[in-house]
Write a protein that binds this ligand. Structure first.
Ligand code: FDA
Length: 299
């Protein structure tokens, strides 16, 4: 609900039009976002890579409803791919398909994805598709499956909270590159499981199935219950399995894991659409609202 309220266009535009509020919220967002520009993400990435982390990088955005804007976003992502290559950083470029055209036409998202996939060929980079609201799941999986049949270095995110996900996982080609998340969107209880031990159980079942299928798996969670179980089961000794965490969330847990020799990837967002990204982070973990207030007051 918090996210629905925060995402209302009138509220977003009020934030944009109110410089002081905008500045304070931007300050709170800086905990989770590397900066406005790709060089900000690359710079943070370079430091993390030097410390032994792998990185994902995202030019934040979603639900683009203008074809010209989609072209500009694809151009930015191509520039990101070139700059990462020049910096010698072997990253995973993550994005929402709705950022590059899915909200207009599935074909537009597919053709833009193919342009990006063409660009990453031979660079050692990966392209990684995020998962959005369940109303888009079929379209996202369909675009992913078409793309991966041509370009194997495209990966997909699956949400453990949707009851359909075990079937979706079973339908993926092998080997695929899969990120498993709990799910950040509010969904109906008719077809989703809310945060609970049952969801954690489902999450671990999905990870286990994906490993058995021989997939490359990113366990994308900050939940210590999940991570302790992953350690207990020895899954991280499989070189195709890693932990992935969002920049600014549980950094001490990421560093603890990395210090004991486990592969950890940090997800680095950048861009001007920080307001929606901040809303996602607060909605999935409401105590972050207090953190945001502290960040605003403290600065
Ligand atoms: P859970 O929400 O149960 O939290 C467990 C514990 O982790 C909390 O008690 C707290 O300690 C800590 N924690 C979790 N979230 C926090 C936060 N925001 N701030 C501070 N502490 C927090 N979702 C989606 O729907 N589609 C997608 O494509 C992606 N992509 C994605 C990539 C990566 C790399 C990650 C890590 C996550 C995503 N997500 C996502 C978000 C995901 O669905 C989920 O909302 C968050 O990871 C939070 O869920 P946890 O598994 O961490 O557990």
């Amino acid at each position: 609900k918090l996210k629905t309220i925060a995402r209302r266009a009138d509220l977003k535009s009020y934030v944009e039009r109110t410089p002081q509020l905008n500045r304070l919220l931007r300050q709170a967002a800086s905990r989770y976002i590397t900066g406005n520009f790709r060089q900000d993400g690359i710079e943070v990435g370079r430091k993390l890579v030097a410390k032994g982390y792998a990185i994902s990088i995202e030019y934040i955005g979603e639900n683009t409803t203008d074809a010209t804007e989609c072209e500009a976003i694809v151009a930015e992502m191509k520039a990101l791919i070139i700059d990462l290559g020049q910096a010698g950083i072997s990253a995973r470029v993550s994005f929402d398909l709705s950022h590059i055209g899915l909200s207009l036409h599935q074909e537009l998202a597919f053709s833009n994805l193919m342009k990006l996939a063409e660009q990453v060929q031979g660079t050692g980079l990966e392209l990684f598709i995020s998962m959005e609201e369940s109303s888009k799941t079929d379209d996202i999986l369909s675009v992913y499956k078409q793309a991966v049949s041509v370009y194997p270095n495209v990966g997909i995110t699956l949400q453990a909270h949707l009851t359909r996900t075990p079937q979706d996982l079973a339908s993926l080609p092998s080997p695929s590159r899969i990120r498993i998340v709990k799910g950040a969107y509010q969904e109906s209880s008719d077809y989703s499981i809310s945060r609970s031990p049952e969801l954690n159980h489902r999450y671990l079942e999905l990870v286990e199935s994906a490993i058995r299928q021989g997939q490359r798996v990113s366990i994308a969670s900050h939940d210590e219950v999940i991570i302790n179980e992953v350690l207990e089961r020895g899954w991280l000794s499989d070189s195709k399995v890693e932990i992935e965490m969002l920049y600014g969330i549980r950094p001490e847990l990421a560093s603890r894991m990395q210090n004991i020799g486990h592969p950890v990837r940090i997800y680095l967002p950048y861009g001007h659409e920080w307001y929606l990204y901040l809303c996602h982070r607060i909605a999935e973990f409401p105590p972050n609202l207090y953190q945001a207030v502290i960040d605003m007051v403290g600065n």
